[in-house]
Design a protein around this ligand. Structure first.
Ligand SMILES: [Zn+2]
Length: 237
């Protein structure tokens, strides 16, 4: 195992792994999952490494914040009580109740997302993700049914819908007309989900991002640009 190190920057503790390699310079990597790994030349002086990292600390934190905001991965969560989780643009506090006598369940009320779980934290994660998946299927289907009538005149049937965790896209439309949506969309407001659905429906008519594509999109959803920007800047924190 790589040793764990901690770099202090104001009130922030940056955890990082350090490996020594045959290389000329120090390299700092900030990964999309927020991990920080440092590679130092063999025989580097630890105090010197620390000093170099201290100088780059602001940059590291900024990179992490960018990944936190713009990554399409699920936001990192520990699945412990008190954490906030998003659903359709609202924030809910997670409450994990460990109880061997009750069936596993996820219950959403006005303020909190409660998970009844018999065993571990890992199980809480599975339950919440399964719940998100179920809700996503239902909500996305409902939004698709709402927007499809705008496209009926083009003569294609209401597309089949799939939900997946995707790293780099919010949605896609296959040549056969199946629409796949990113599971993470269940965390944002419905008007932003609608933008992705309408965008993909337009691809049933215009396959590329041609002029005709944007004309169609603008006719059906005049404020699509605003929605797109909101989605791109959406803070999942
Ligand atoms: Zn597109």
């Amino acid at each position: 195992m790589e040793p764990r190190h901690i770099l202090k920057f104001g009130n922030t503790s940056i955890h990082y792994s350090l490996t020594y390699r045959e290389r000329a310079t120090l390299a700092i990597h900030v990964h999309p999952d927020l991990r920080v790994s440092v590679e130092a030349p063999l025989g580097s002086d630890p105090a010197e490494i620390e000093k170099r990292l201290q100088k780059r600390a602001r940059w590291i934190v900024r990179q992490q914040n960018n990944f936190r905001k713009y990554s399409l991965d699920f936001p990192p969560r520990q699945y412990i009580s008190g954490e906030t989780h998003r659903y359709l643009g609202q924030q809910y506090r997670l409450k994990v109740v460990m109880n061997d006598n009750q069936p596993d369940a996820v219950v959403l009320d006005r303020e909190q997302l409660q998970v009844n779980v018999r065993k571990s934290k890992e199980r809480a994660r599975k339950l919440v993700e399964g719940w998100y998946r179920e809700r996503a299927h239902e909500v996305f289907q409902e939004r698709l049914a709402l927007w499809y009538p705008h496209f009926e005149r083009f003569g294609f049937p209401q597309p089949e819908l799939a939900v997946r965790q995707m790293r780099s896209r919010w949605g896609s439309c296959s040549p056969l007309g199946k629409i796949t949506l990113n599971l993470k969309l269940i965390m944002v407001p419905k008007q932003l989900i609608d933008y992705v659905i309408v965008h993909e429906l337009c691809h049933r008519v215009e396959h590329n991002h041609s002029k005709g594509f944007y004309q169609l999109l603008g006719r059906i959803m005049p404020d699509w640009g605003e929605r797109k920007e909101k989605l791109e800047k959406y803070d999942f924190g």
